[in-house]
Design a protein around this ligand. Structure first.
Ligand code: HEM
Length: 508
């Protein structure tokens, strides 16, 4: 009589053997990219670190070369650690490397509406087109006033309740995305739409990295009876499905209702909906909108939270930035977009924020759709390929003292901004590169310049008046955020306080 774990063991061994033999057959004697030595059957599963995996992958890159691989239970995973190799594979050979790996947990959550994990297909192309049209640089200009108005709301809220500033940051990024996608005004706190997106992103981010969930490596587990130990992922999947339905339908239905009433504000959905004639087109629009909503807020929040952490860890950066602001725009007004060319140090802070602690240190995995050979190494069709943005942007040759926050690395000797095309690695590569990157750029600038103009950000003090030390600690999930830290935010001056209070809420 077989017990359940006998069935599991046989299924497991068969699965590993099949994957191994299929890859061997196609490799025609060519080796995969080098990497740590795998164990029989298990491969490198025990080598995958639970904390800050990108650090370990970067060390492997330094040890074995710019392209490395591991096997996890018979399946190859490739890591690309240099900008050169990432451009060659993911951009120049884009027809081969623009797919996404199939992640069974995402299937179970019915999360494939999200463009970021949609396979490379006609569906992806039509949804990506809608997103690109509304986020390309010429279109993003239309959002500048709205972004500035949201930044001013953030300043007023933070002046009133500085202890909630990190919550207000989520509100700020969520409000921008919800306004441009649905013309929806989020509530000052506890907005149900923002709450749904945050929960779904957290769930997905915890479920996606290699080794995060067993069902991703052994899809047959989803067919086992749910009373077995270790099947808790099914509850997680059902919870995810409910969040997906809410995320996709509730704000979309809101726009339809507003259009029926004649009160809908300008938004991606409102502008595109009148062109929709079929159910497939409506689904594509709903998915494109939901993808921006899902991808847009959490990532930017991570970078902006880092900004506050930086101000605590590097008081000299705050001081130099405020000196620049005072000398260029004085203390009689808040900064605007037109000031940016005169504020190179502020610009350099925005760049260094994208580099220093990446919100997506390993990007989002691509997958190959053809067998390929790169510099003598065999990469079979269907292999997940991760561009290690952390390794690229922490290469000590290109970025000396890479763990230090040094905006001046993006300035020339005469104080001008140095453009660095490699920095785009923070947004991925090739056809799947982040379509939100232009919006991110203007969002980071307006918060960085406005906060530095208005506030002094310092370490919090305990009851005895001693500074509370701040640790530079980050979460280990796909989207890596700073762990909570204590801080003090006060207006820089009586004048700065009046400027913040004088900002008016505006209709977008
Ligand atoms: C600091 C903020 C952000 C960072 C660092 C970031 C980074 C990334 C990265 C690394 C990818 C994967 C690229 C690849 O596969 O090579 C991506 C994909 C994506 N991002 Fe962003 N992102 C940010 C903000 C945003 C915003 C604000 C939006 C929308 C308004 C957005 C929308 C998307 C979408 C829709 C995808 C999927 C693209 C596809 O698969 O075709 N992102 N992002």
């Amino acid at each position: 009589m077989f017990r359940w774990f006998d069935i599991l063991a046989i299924g497991l061994a068969g699965f590993i053997l099949r994957s191994y033999l299929a890859a061997r057959k196609r490799a025609r004697g060519l080796a995969p990219p080098p990497g740590p030595k795998p164990l029989p059957l298990l491969g490198n599963i025990l080598d995958i670190p639970k904390t800050q995996p990108w650090g370990t992958y970067t060390e492997w890159g330094r040890k074995y070369g710019e392209i490395t691989s591991i096997t996890v239970l018979g399946k190859l995973i490739v890591f690309v650690h240099s900008h050169r190799a990432a451009k060659e594979l993911l951009e120049k050979r884009g027809t081969y490397y623009s797919d996404r790996p199939n992640i069974p947990m995402m299937d179970l959550m019915k999360a494939h509406f999200n463009l970021a994990i949609t396979p490379y297909s006609d569906k992806w192309r039509s949804e990506r087109r809608i997103i690109d049209q509304s986020l390309r640089p010429s279109a993003a200009v239309a959002y500048l006033d709205m972004q500035k108005s949201r930044a001013h709301t953030f300043l007023r809220q933070t002046l009133d309740k500085p202890e909630l500033a990190m919550e207000y940051l989520k509100h700020f990024t969520g409000a921008i995305v919800m306004s441009l996608v649905y013309g929806y005004d989020v509530a000052d706190s506890g907005d149900p739409f923002i709450d749904t997106a945050e929960k779904l992103l957290t769930l997905a981010s915890e479920s996606i990295l290699p080794g995060a969930l067993l069902v991703n490596d052994f899809p047959f587990l989803q067919h086992l009876p749910e009373w077995l130990p270790g099947m808790g992922f099914m509850d997680r999947a059902r919870y995810g499905q409910r969040l997906v339905v809410d995320l996709l339908h509730k704000p979309f239905d809101f726009v339809k209702e507003e259009m029926r009433l004649g009160t809908a504000r300008h938004s991606l959905v409102r502008e595109n909906l009148p062109e929709v004639t079929t159910e497939a087109e409506e689904n594509a629009l709903r998915n494109a909108a939901g993808s921006i909503y899902a991808a847009g807020a959490e990532t930017t929040v991570g970078t902006l939270t880092c900004f506050f952490l930086v101000l605590l860890l590097y008081p000299n950066v705050q001081q130099r930035a405020q000196e620049e602001l005072d000398s260029v725009i004085g203390q009689g007004r808040l900064p605007d977009y037109s000031d940016r060319p005169e504020l190179p140090y502020i610009d350099a802070i925005c760049k260094e924020l994208l580099r220093w602690r990446l919100v997506l240190p390993l990007g989002v995995a691509h997958a190959s759709t053809h067998d390929d050979v790169y510099e003598g190494y065999f990469i079979p069709k269907g292999t997940p390929v991760l561009a290690n943005a952390w390794a690229i942007l922490h290469d000590p040759e290109a970025y000396p003292e890479p763990d230090e926050f040094k905006p001046e690395r993006f300035l020339t000797a005469d104080g001008k901004v140095k453009e660095d095309p490699v920095l785009n690695a923070a947004f991925g590569f090739g056809r799947r590169i982040c379509p939100g990157r232009h919006l991110v750029d203007t969002t980071i600038y307006i918060i960085v310049s406005s906060v530095l103009s208005a506030f002094r950000v310092e370490k919090a003090k305990d009851a005895q008046g001693n500074e509370i030390p701040v640790e530079s600690a980050f979460t280990d999930t796909l989207i890596s955020h700073p762990k909570p830290f204590q801080y003090s935010i006060t207006p820089r001056s009586v004048n700065a306080r009046s400027l913040v209070l004088a900002t008016e809420p505006q209709a977008d």
